[in-house]
Design a protein around this ligand. Sequence first.
Ligand code: BES
Ligand code: MN
Ligand code: ZN
Length: 504
Amino acid sequence: MQISFVAPSNIAAGAWVVGATEGAVLLPAAVRADKASGGALTRALKSSRFTGKAGQMLEVLAPAGMTVSRLLLAGLGKAEHVDEKGLETLGAQIVARLYAGGETAASLEIEVPSIPGKGGAKVKKAEAAAHLVFGARLRSYAFDKYRTRNLEEFEKKLTTLRIVTADTVAAKKAFAGLSAVADGIFLARDLVNEPPNILYPEEFARRAKTLLSRLGVKIEILGEAEMKKQGFGALLGVGKGSIRESQLVVMQWNGGKKSSKPIAFVGKGVCFDSGGLSLKPGSGMMGMKGDMAGAAAVTGTMLALASRKARVNAVGVIGLVENMPSGDATRPDDVLTSLSGQTIEVLNTDAEGRLVLADALTYTQRRFKPKFVIDLATLTGAIVQTLGFEHAGIFSNDDQLVQRVQAAGRTTGERVWQLPLDPFYDKMIKSKIADMKNIGGGNSGAISAAQFLLRFIEKGTLWAHLDIAGVAWQDGEQKPTIPSWGTGWGVRLLNRMVKEHYEA
Ligand code: BES
Ligand code: MN
Ligand code: ZN
């Protein structure tokens, strides 16, 4: 979809999309559209349920006396309730409607009312336009590369989207950063949607290298030989049963001051999780191509930061493995020695994510001494039981970090909910023969998993763990801005947090 910003002038072709607030109050462009059509909008309003509620649409096809193909009136709801998130949703809903109608081009002229001091929208004009387009762009995502038949059914005809705004320069500028974020989200979605026979650890690493190095991100890839030399016993133990080689990818974006310590993101990248010898049942294995969503979010975030030239030093470290059963696979009962030196009794090879993260976390802390580290992982089914699909779980040793992530979650809609860490849960991972075991056994599985990770957090490191198993993909109803199985969850959240707190 081609997106451009244009100054107001006569709209002569394609769809003309205008807005109304609650009570069906037409905004200025809607009034003009109504006049130009000889009152077609007001007549249509009379015989419809349209009241201007957020997300409502009223469409007039081929309005008489005009050359436009249709008028689309979109409801914004109450002006004072209009916020970034709502505008994104609306932008997405408009695009969805135009897709359904087979429209090829549209001009979006929705002036978000701002009454200085009282009752105006929470967003400035340029920001409002930018978020509306951001939502539209997020809706335009598709993953159709493996379809070969009936392509017309999936074709999205809308190829031209013009944003009509008085201040094109400001709107364009506000959108530039968001467009970079959309690029990051699309990358994360692509990675999650790719099938595991195509996207195995080396292929993931190659794509990260190709796509990010051209933006100025420094990429290092450690293979099995190098990781063995350095002592990544936990991560390598997971990949051992697979014919695919495990990889660690280190991404560095240095957009900040030379002297400033980096922030760090660590991702679980299990390209397929069969459970290993503790094999999952068939029904539980479906979708486990997405078990690298943490790594995808980290990679997408690094792309977004680099692409918008964020003034921050950030590192992304992802552990890429495939968890498979074989004659050479790690057994339940094996003991692994992690990079930290701590030993782990593996009692269930399906609790593999924490093993991958353990070594990636140790490596990241020792090498970079980051300001903080946030890890993202589709770590436990238990978090899905606990929080469902609307929140990721957050576990942390630092309240300020939690608050910052929570705040970013509220504005972006990628919300998190805090769960506890406590010595009580730490007892659950005591091993009879090693420093710890890799399962808690019994209840509160998301917490014992987080507690396991805490064992690998070194003194002084500020850390937060996001268990994203419930939000990384969607099997049920799709959200307006997420027309895909892989959601790309985390890119918006982390980008926002960086923007608010860590840019020079
Ligand atoms: N990747 C899974 C967690 C998962 C489950 C993500 C469902 C998304 C949806 C993880 O590696 C896993 O298998 N966890 C086990 C841990 C258990 C063996 C202690 C689980 O949650 O059942
Ligand atoms: Mn598993
Ligand atoms: Zn897993």
